[in-house]
Design a binder for this molecule. Sequence first.
Ligand code: FRU
Length: 499
Amino acid sequence: MTSQTLRDARKYEETMEKMIAKDERPAFHLSTRVGWLNDPNGFSFYKGEYHLFYQYHPYDSKWGPMHWGHAVSKDLLHWDYLPAALAPDTLYDIEGCFSGSAIELPDGRQLLMYTGVQKKPLPDGKLREVQTQCIAIGDGIDYEKYPNNPVLDENDLPEHGSKYDFRDPKIWRHRDGTYRCVIGNCTEDKSGCILLYSSPDAIHWKYEKVLAENQNRFGKMWECPDFFELDGKQVLLTSPQDMLPKGFEYHNGNGTLCLIGEFDEETNTFTSEHDQSIDYGIDFYAPQTILAPDGRRIMIGWMQNWDTCNLHQSNKNWFGQMSLPRELSIKDGRLIQRPIKELEYLRCAEVRYEDVSFTDTIKLDGINGRRIDMEITLRSGDEQNLYRKFAVRFAQNDSYHTSISFRPYESILKIDRKFSGSRRAVIHQRRSLVRDRNGEIKLRIILDRFSVEVFVNDGEHVLSATIYTDQSADGISFFVDGKVTMDIDKYDLRDGGNV
Ligand code: FRU
């Protein structure tokens, strides 16, 4: 039985979606049907389609009582909205249905596991939000909350585990047919940890152990964990809050963390060998992955960040979009991310240049646009003297631009949206230490109306950022201090269509 709260949300979103013109949205990135979107949830392949749910507040373009929005896609680029899947309508989730994941049950139904939030009194009488894990089972459109929710609560925590920060279950099926999930938690000093649980049927859960402990190395609380095998290694992804910067690897605030290591299944022991940021740009958080039917591990993230999400204009009735889905692999102990290959089917109107040598500033015929896939292969244009700085400016007109610049002497790549038209004092720049050989570097830049994603050297580093510059600013220009030679392969990208 759908509740009145869910029926109201479904009716509201259906009406309001019509008020948003197609070209006011990203073309092939999933954006919220209306109102607010944050984390991807329940990323899954079910009944022949990809399903993506999301943290959703339909009634405002700001965060509010969390529902789960829902969309489906055959290619991860063309999305069709389905009615909202969950609403905060039951005592144990009345303050919000927080992030979680999805799995298909052996009987063909789909199970959603999410965090229910409710307020409970503290000894002094004040109310505080408590988080538990809940289940809803359905057919890909309608989901029934499990009558014995919550399925995990404060009684299922390790000693000193926090019942206030206990969220974001990511579920998977073990090869013996039983289930596992990882959940974000923290100790009394707010330092994050990831808990492992097991279940014979995805409904009755048992606490196993602390899988990973932050010990205050990477921020504080760890949100939205994901745990999977990739190229013979084991990967733990999480999104830490309250990070301190470390060189060019981690920045202040909300960040992303990828730990790569080994997992001993006998003892459930994860040993981390490498750590890195997942995304080095400004807007990326809370990613979730899926093992696609063809064996690819695909990750999608919220292309936003809690520290910068007041950048948008408040007069818009939508806010929040996902990143491009990315194919993951591991090379030399690093996470490699490439845009999903399906993106190539949206390519049209190719423009190619080879061996363009220049000094100073140039524009090239046919190189412009706000929905493009452009690969730049750059090398030094002078055997004796390495260039000092290269920059590509895009979303450009006389007043505005955003830039990606590279300084080979320091191997620093910088994204800068200071001149994108933003009137807010939020972070506009970020630097990343990348790899180059004598100034040789490859940049694949993907623009989709309100965003830029840069894949460096075939996915060794990725930088994502949202930009809200007027769409008429579609110029692209290149600048160099010194001399470079570059090849460019640029395509327009057809509309993926949100509906
Ligand atoms: C991460 C997060 C999750 C939580 C959700 C609430 O962005 O804070 O930990 O479940 O957002 O919307």
